[in-house]
Design a protein around this ligand. Structure first.
Ligand code: XMP
Length: 312
């Protein structure tokens, strides 16, 4: 029962007051939160907001082009920054989940946004952090890639610019309402969540380019097969462990993919979706047929808690 019109008007005013005649930037991933911030920010600042898509090399198949095209249709120009080398360099040799998240945070905020702020003469970064991100970080469950103030980190000191977070009071369901209120296409504001650390959150162990490529292929197959499934979120995870399998009647020590599909309202709690066994079998068949390196596919039957939604 939030007043969406008032929320939008208040946030537009807040952004205008903070940035004044200056410049701001924001990074659009195409997800619900960053999409809503992009439209809200452009409503407030017009040409004084520069929107970038950071191609970090760990996004899904065709994602950069798809996101840029969607926003072009809405009259919002998006510049793509090819940053995959910087991200893979930062992820090299990193296997611990929290260290992976930290490497991604540092690369985004220090290396990439730091440069873009200077290039565009901006003083502010607008970003789509939501309440759930803060909760999980403060509770010590997961360090979300976009949370600073609540950890005692001053972005001005740490990175050289200020951060505005107009969605910080909302959870996913609230953000979707604002997206609808802003007139975003339904395909955007109803889109399935996808985490900031992208496919690196779905590769257990080191997120090397070849491992990311495997997770990307499995994700594409899964998303296609599951496109009519009504769930909060579904994902394919590449395990670090290998298992013995067989190809052409020969033993192979292959990779395993774990499928997860979640029913949830706000991502704080979640239950595995009661999928049909036919659907599960069909995704397993497609994955093992299309990706020679994968010999085994499993389905997670654990709730959050004890599981979390992403594997990293
Ligand atoms: P977890 O894995 O914590 O995920 O149960 C809860 C929800 O948050 C998403 N998620 C993230 N989103 N930055 C984000 O923007 C992150 O670092 C991050 N980690 C998880 C996840 O996809 C799920 O919707």
């Amino acid at each position: 029962n939030m007043n969406v019109e008032k929320f939008i008007a208040d946030k537009v005013k807040d952004i205008q007051q903070a940035v004044g005649d200056g410049m701001a930037i924001n990074a659009l991933s195409g997800g619900v939160d960053s999409s809503v911030v992009t439209v809200l920010g452009h409503r407030a600042l017009g040409k004084n907001l520069k929107t970038y898509f950071i191609d970090n090399g760990i996004m899904r198949e065709g994602e950069p082009a798809r996101v840029v095209a969607t926003f072009k249709k809405m009259g919002i120009p998006v510049e793509v920054i090819d940053a995959s080398r910087a991200f893979f360099a930062a992820l090299k040799g990193v296997t611990d989940p929290e260290e992976k998240r930290e490497a991604i945070t540092q690369t985004f905020y220090k290396k990439i946004f730091g440069k873009l702020v200077v290039k565009s003469k901006a003083t502010y970064l607008l970003q789509g952090t939501i309440l759930t991100d803060v909760d999980e970080t403060v509770a010590g469950i997961k360090r979300q890639h976009n949370v600073f103030a609540q950890l005692g980190i001053d972005p001005q000191k740490a990175f050289g610019y200020k951060i505005l977070e107009p969605l910080i009071e909302l959870r996913k369901d609230g953000v979707r309402k604002v997206g609808r209120g802003l007139g975003l296409p339904e395909a955007v504001f109803e889109r399935m969540p996808f985490p900031g650390p992208a496919l690196a959150a779905r590769v257990i162990g080191e997120a090397k380019p070849d491992r990311i490529a495997l997770a990307r292929k499995a994700t594409a197959i899964m998303e296609k097969t599951f496109k009519d499934v009504d769930a909060f979120q579904y994902m394919a995870i590449l395990h670090e462990d290998r298992v013995t399998g067989m190809r052409d009647n020969k033993r192979v020590f292959g990779n395993q993919i774990e499928i997860r599909c979640w029913d949830s309202v706000d991502a704080r709690k979640a239950r595995p979706t009661r999928l049909s066994f036919d659907l599960l079998e069909s995704v397993a068949k497609k994955i093992t047929k299309t990706i020679p390196e994968v010999v085994s596919v499993t389905y997670n039957i654990t709730s959050k808690p004890t599981s979390t939604m992403e594997a990293v």
